[in-house]
Design a protein around this ligand. Structure first.
Ligand SMILES: [Zn+2]
Length: 315
């Protein structure tokens, strides 16, 4: 299914009620019709609220179970409107902006809603970057203080991979790393870039392992070349400056380090789809991914425990 609203008018007309939204989600969840997750039967009874009951084993399947909408106290229509605004604003939207726009009761609700959507912005099983890829780290400032002792002043370190596409930039990947050691950089590079690709870095020792893991390594060294870092790795530096502008602009620099990774996911989602002609397609894409991800209870969002595990950090 690739039909989606193109304009706000079409959106408002199409999604008047929660039932309209539920029907759309059902179609996204089971594009080829119902499929019982327990016995693989394809016939079912339609119950209320989007529930399907398997005609063979009686299993009741919900279109929302296991998704970010599961057990949410927000009406589906509010979720849809949030997704519409997040995907239709070129620079996204802040929690405060969303709270005002949708008339949400609290800042916390708006913040949690956006945070859940960010988790849906990473498509499970997405392809790694390939071809020629620039990799470098950048310090992101304007990030509020907090967290452990190993942080670098009030800055956070972000590693950036940017695919070379002629003179321009192809797809990107970003991650918040603890430091620029090989131990921190390697999991990112291996998760983000296909082996066999040409990885372009500066002469930093944290990248010396690349050849041994099947990458072709090209170094560009600053000293004596008479060039600055931004001309040696122009794509990475362009992405870094856009990222900094976005964090300071849309989010007013109010992003804590514990949640930075999710903001990077949103930035990446937006950047990698920047040439998409129809903003409505982003709306459709995000909903599609939203029905495919695990639910994220609020306590996980605020404790950032899952992120600590991701980096092997103990808090
Ligand atoms: Zn069944």
């Amino acid at each position: 299914m690739d039909d989606f609203p193109q304009t706000l008018g079409e959106f408002e007309k199409r999604f008047r009620t929660d039932e309209d939204c539920r029907a759309y989600l059902l179609q996204l969840r089971w594009p080829d019709g119902f499929h019982c997750p327990r016995c693989h039967n394809s016939e079912c009874w339609l119950l209320k609220r989007g529930l399907r009951k398997c005609s063979k084993c009686g299993y009741q399947a919900s279109a929302l179970a296991g998704t970010i909408f599961h057990r949410s106290h927000l009406p589906l229509r509010t979720w849809f409107r949030a997704i519409w605004w997040v995907t239709n604003q070129k620079q996204g939207i802040s929690a405060l902006g969303l709270q005002r726009l949708l008339g949400l009761g609290s800042y916390k609700t708006a913040w949690a809603c956006l945070q859940k959507l960010r988790r849906a912005m990473v498509r499970p099983g997405r392809e790694r970057l390939c071809g020629r890829v620039e990799v470098d780290e950048a310090y992101v400032g304007g990030v509020e203080l907090g967290g452990g002792l190993r942080y670098l002043g009030n800055k956070a370190l972000v590693v950036i991979a940017a695919q070379v596409d002629g003179n321009g930039i192809g797809r990107i990947r970003l991650s918040h790393v603890e430091d620029a050691s090989a131990d921190s950089l390697r999991p990112f590079v291996e998760g983000a870039i296909e082996p066999g690709s040409v990885v372009i870095t500066d002469g930093w020792q944290g990248y010396e392992w690349l050849e041994s893991r099947g990458y072709r390594h090209k170094t560009r060294v600053i000293s004596g070349s008479g060039k600055t870092a931004s001309t040696l790795m122009p794509r990475v530096h362009r992405v870094a400056s856009l990222l900094k502008r976005w964090l300071l602009g849309t989010h007013q620099g109010g992003v804590s380090r514990d949640h930075l990774e999710y903001y990077l996911d949103e930035f990446t989602f937006r950047f990698n789809r920047r040439t998409s002609k129809h903003r409505g397609k982003l709306f459709h894409r995000l909903l599609q991914q939203a029905v495919a991800v695990e639910p994220a209870p609020f306590r996980y969002l605020v404790s950032a425990r899952d992120q600590g595990v991701k980096y092997g950090r103990v808090k």
